[in-house]
Each structure stands twice: as structure tokens, then as C-alpha cells.
Design a protein around this ligand. Sequence first.
Ligand SMILES: [Zn+2]
Length: 337
Amino acid sequence: MPDTLTLPGFVNAHSHTFQRALRGRAGGGDFWAWRELMLAEAERQTPESVRASYAQTYGELRAAGYTAVGEFHYLGLDEARAAADAADAAGIGLVLLYAAYARGGLPRMRQESAAAYLRGLESLRADGLRVGLAPHSVRACPRDWLEELGRYAAAEGLPLHVHADEQPREIEECLAEHGCRPIELLERAGCLGSHVTVVHATHADGTELDRLAASGTTVCACPTTEADLADGFLPAARVEHRGIALCIGSDSNVRIDPFEELRELEGIARRQTGRRGVFSTERLLGFGSAEGARSLGLDAWPEIEVDLEHASLRGVARADVLDALVSSCGADVVSAS
Ligand SMILES: [Zn+2]
């Protein structure tokens, strides 16, 4: 019998799985140039392409140790059902974070009203899918949509995920339209709280971080994607100082490796503070598993086995294995299941 260690499975709280197709062909420019390529890839998707390519990528997530995924989905209802089929085929737990999109993006992403959006969400729930609300961003959703979706999520006890503060331009546009920053707008619209996850928060200022902390809102960091897209990086030490809950997402799936996401978080904090061990290993592993599950409203998700005979762990004392996993290992230490 191989020597293994059982751990809680990792939970990927933020994935746009179709974006895996952009690997290697979306370099250069800035976030907004990348977004044009991303939208062209989104436009090409069909239920059949989603079923096939998501099953493949969900299989990669599963092999890397993610046993549940939050799919932040803006490709349409039929494609949402195809994503659920793909998750079943790959053996990964799925929470379909169905995106609300009022303006911008592509026509296929948009709904004509918040009520129409909620009808779509309810149809997915009626099909037995586990769902969450996902007003895409303050860019894509006006205040009255945010208010209606915030009310619905609170009343139904559903998770609500929303992108915020990923790029400076989004903050400038929000200030021009609303006279406040994105996370302040989310608070005014009833979209912060312990059931809410703000994705990125890269450029959140001190006041916004205070609001996240006071409301018990979770932040989902996606460090490999945020680096790849030149978003910037999470003010990780300031987030930790305030005790804000964190979870991780593979987001664009430029990389599929939960250990790498966690190591990046600690690496950012070390570069910012000149100190090591800003996050404890226990905290980091919790961000990668239990905090992600809580963010998605999951009570249970499968465990994984780590191969203690893997070359990356050879010679590491048993008492040091968890620290070595976070500091020195990649997803290939996860045993096939
Ligand atoms: Zn995203």
C-alpha cells in the first residue's frame, strides 16, 4: 500500500472554465485587450462544446485535488445545464453561480430584467442544480439589480458572489456613476454579508476592507489569474490583519494547482511585509478547503489523498509535511482517485 495522507479536498470557489482555452494565445496588451479575446471565446461556446471541454477541465481540477468548484457562469442557461452534466461526468461537486448581466458583455450574457434573471436561476434550481447568485460586477449590474438580487439571496439563504475591485478602471467608473467605490456600493445595495463572496478585491482601499471585515464577507483570491491578467495583487497582509475570510479560485484556469494559489497568497504577503509565515499553514489550507466550501454553501465535499512517497516530499519528516505541501509542492502530489 502506498503511504498517503488524507486531507479535505480543495474547493475552487471561482472558475470560468471555458477560459482554459485561452492558454498560450492571449499574451500582450492589458486586461481589457485580453477581455476582447475572452469574449470571442465565450461567443463560440455551445452546450455541446461546454459539455465536452468542461468535462475535460473538471477532470484536471479533480486530479489536482479540487473536489468541488463554483462555476461563475455567464454563457446562458442551456450551457449551465451542460456544465452540470460535465461536473457529473468528471466526479466533481458543482455550485452553479449563475451570472446576472444587465449591460455590456455579449447579448448571450444579458437578461432583460432582474426578474427575468431570477426566473432563470429558479429554473436551474428546479432542475436540481445547486446554485448561487452572481451579479457579475458593479460594471454589469446597476444598483436596482444589486438590491433585488441581494434581497433574494438573503431571503433564500443562497450564496452571492460578485467581482469587485479587480481593475482600477472599474473603480473610476463606479465613482463616476455612483459617487462611491464598488464595495461601498455593494454594501449600500445589501450585497455584503456572511453569505457573500467578493471575488478579487485587488484594489480595495482601507475603508472597503473595513466594510468587508465588519460584514463578515469572504474574499475569493485568484492569484495565478490575477498575475496573468496584470490585475495587481491582493493586499494580503492587510486582509489578514483584519481577519477577513479568504478562499481561492482558479478563475481563468491559466493554472490548475491549489498549492500554487495558496503559495502565491503567502508569497504576496511576504513581499509586502518582509516577514515569513504571515498566514499559518493551517490558515492557508483552510482557505483552500473549508472557507471555499463555506463560500459556496457546501456542507460536505470529498477528501483527497496526498502521496507521501512523491519526490517532492522525499526526506520530509511527517511532522513537516503540511508546511512542505504549501511551500514546496505542486498538484502532482495528489494521488489519483
Ligand atoms: Zn471571474
